[in-house]
Design a protein around this ligand. Structure first.
Ligand SMILES: CC(C)(COP(=O)(O)OP(=O)(O)OC[C@H]1O[C@@H](n2cnc3c(N)ncnc32)[C@H](O)[C@@H]1OP(=O)(O)O)[C@@H](O)C(=O)NCCC(=O)NCCS
Length: 186
């Protein structure tokens, strides 16, 4: 498995200790975390960075750190990952992203996600990759739609959130390998 991926503008790479500070700034930003239950403290952010770094180091794929050479050493993460919680759709592999606000609106998330999909479908041989978020997270859904992912009126309640929590309901998108391959051939 290739630990590093490159796209025309980006490098998806293993996490570095120097990513922790900019990641903590991103996870403490209320706008970036608007669609999550809370922002993270420095300790919570470092703990998450460790989990994601270990996943890449151990299995060779996961939520990669994203660098924009010549622009920024770390803008956030994009990648594919097995959800840590047992979901109604488990077992599954999700694609996900979290980018610092100053780097939104440039197409970086979609560009990185395309590279991650190629790893999932062509190197790991996955038949399907899913993505999910709260229904109000339109920006994230636009990334899913740009990738060709499809929402077929499927929703689920996230088990990490208690009944009645306003963010419990999640909207689900799916992308099958066959559909992805067909789009590559167009
Ligand atoms: C979700 C998130 C990654 C989307 O970021 P984004 O910058 O909107 O998405 P992309 O990187 O795909 O960029 C697409 C935008 O860049 C624009 N763009 C500008 N230059 C571009 C280029 N060269 N190529 C492609 N798109 C470009 C597109 O027009 C598009 O704008 P639009 O959506 O207003 O039409 C970002 O908002 C984020 O990190 N949010 C917080 C974390 C989060 O919610 N994560 C998901 C939880 S499930």
């Amino acid at each position: 498995m290739k630990l590093k991926l490159t796209t025309p503008r980006l490098r998806l790479r293993p996490w570095l200790p120097s990513d922790r500070a900019p990641f903590a700034a991103l996870t403490a930003d209320h706008e970036v975390m608007e669609h999550f239950p809370t922002t993270l403290t420095r300790a919570q952010s470092d703990a998450l960075a460790d989990i994601l770094a270990n996943e890449i180091a151990e299995q060779g794929w996961g939520f990669w750190a994203v660098e924009v050479p010549g622009v920024s050493d770390f803008i956030g993460f994009v990648g594919i990952h097995e959800p840590r919680f047992e979901l109604p759709i488990s077992p599954c592999v999700e694609i996900g992203w979290r980018i610092a606000k100053e780097h939104w609106g440039k197409g970086y998330a979609t560009e990185a996600a395309r590279a991650a999909l190629a790893v999932g479908f062509e190197q790991l041989g996955l038949e399907e990759i899913v993505s999910f978020t709260v229904p109000t997270n339109q920006r994230s859904q636009r990334v899913m739609q740009r990738l060709g992912m499809v929402h077929a009126d499927e929703f689920f309640d996230h088990p990490a959130l208690e009944a009645g929590h306003p963010m419990r309901r999640h909207i689900l998108y799916r992308l099958r390998r066959d559909a992805w391959r067909a789009a590559q051939a167009e």
